[in-house]
Design a protein around this ligand. Structure first.
Ligand SMILES: [Zn+2]
Length: 153
């Protein structure tokens, strides 16, 4: 399969791939403005990769078309639909360690969310300043709640 490299270690294909989209034959191909964001996102992922000691950063969910986002119950304003967010895991590290490493490296994101078994990283819109939100998602019977900071379970 041909790959479109966005940066040294990240390709467009891995930021578009979704098991859920494939399973349900959902189109997950974004428009031009989203592709610009995905390229910016890949640059941020390179910085994160360096922050975790050049370990392999795996994107478990990158771009989500509105149909895909709805299907998986994503937030209606999800930055994933804009190509500005990725859920990541790093081989050999817990999500908690990854979230802390990103913070320790001083990488300011629009949103850094410790989600328990993965980390959500979101970048600001073009021309906007990153909010620098650092949150922990707590999943309960009533849905997801967010606490400030990186809070270990
Ligand atoms: Zn996410």
């Amino acid at each position: 399969m041909s790959r479109t490299k966005l940066t040294t270690h990240f390709s467009l294909e891995e930021l578009l791939f979704s098991q859920e989209a494939a399973r349900h034959c959902l189109d997950n191909i974004p428009g031009g403005s989203v592709q610009i964001n995905l390229a910016r996102l890949a640059e941020t992922l390179e910085r994160i990769r360096a922050a975790v000691g050049n370990r392999t950063v795996t994107v478990t969910s990158g771009y989500r078309s509105p149909a895909l986002n709805q299907r998986i119950g994503g937030s209606r304003t999800s930055a994933h639909m804009d190509g500005r967010a990725a859920d990541i895991v790093v081989r050999g590290m817990t999500a908690l360690q990854v979230a802390r490493a990103i913070q320790a490296a001083g990488i300011v994101l629009d949103q850094l969310i410790f989600e328990g078994s993965w980390v959500h990283v979101g970048i600001a819109r073009v021309g906007e300043r990153a909010r620098g939100d650092v949150l922990t998602a707590k999943f309960g019977p009533a849905g997801v709640k967010y606490e400030r900071g990186i809070v270990a379970a």
